[in-house]
Design a protein around this ligand. Sequence first.
Ligand code: SAH
Length: 364
Amino acid sequence: MAQPNVTAVLDKKEWNLEDIVFLLSLKDEADIDALFAKAAEVKEKYVGKIVYYRGLIEYSNICKKDCYYCGIRCGNTGAHRYQMTEEEVIEAALSAYRYRYGSVVIQSGERDDKQFISAINRMVKTIKEKSEGKLGITLSVGEHTEETYRQFHENGAHRFLLRIETTNRDLYSRLHPEDHSYDQRVECLKRLQRAGYQTGTGVMIGLPFQTMEDLARDLLFFKEIDIDMVGMGPYIEHEKTPLYEEKDKLMTKQERFDLALRMIAILRIMMKDINIAAATALQAIDPAGREKGLKVGANVIMPNLTPTKYRPDYTLYEDKPCLDEDAGQCRACLDRRIKAAGDEIGYDQWGDSKHFYNRTKNKR
Ligand code: SAH
């Protein structure tokens, strides 16, 4: 059978698994450029050439999970553990407000004890009050009961990120200890949607044992659960993790990077009005990685607002960028990079997912 040609596939209204695998596997530069051009066109038409900032606050690297790929897993006894004080988190959030970032993300290692939950509730509430309701708040603090998610929401968090990591169950179980449940994670995404959040998920790209078909299914999963936001980036090995043993099975970092760009481009065409983040892990491989993400469909960037003294400890993977730049330097550097990539910056705006409004407008 003749290979389909890229234009014919790009012109189709809906893609099936085969189409997506075909696009992920493109080799010819001109074909890849055609995919990227289409993604850029869709981005401009549906979400505009505006990039929204989320100031990222890495609250704590204390984690009860033991994911085999992650540098802050509880099993990594060599990691120096920290937790920002609530005042530091609030100060970082207010600096986002002063920088006109429009919104913040509070991210953390996973815990579900009472102290942790109350601290998150208090911080969300205070940030809302002190910014007079103007700062948008996204949480990325792991798996919780529906009631806890509802509390966070009532206190003012309106977006939540919880990556599914991979939708291949077998792969999921090779990447996590037995008590980490794939079904539970999917259930949490549904709880978040029921609790009224703009809900985000994502996967790592280029994991050992991961196939093109797995990645294509990841994209179909985002569509099936009707997600509002996606953050996905290349998997980057970390020496102090069990998955490091499989490093010989990995694609090169450049290949993982290229594949991540394609995933972003394909997703933008599949889900035209969602928010897609240009993940920090892109920049860990290529200094201009996030801008390249913006060019092929991403529309959100998360500048780091974690105080520099804590940053080296939030090491999810090797070569995490910007460890020594303070927030002010980060902002100047980013502004320059984004303008160079041809986008505008959505200062002072929450930059909500248009998809969320389209998805819920009949219910409100
Ligand atoms: N565990 C928290 C969030 C902190 S980790 C939660 O899920 O709520 C944030 C994300 O970093 C993870 O979801 C994972 O996708 C990514 N990550 C972890 N280790 C990584 C690695 N080695 N390479 C690339 N990304 C990684």
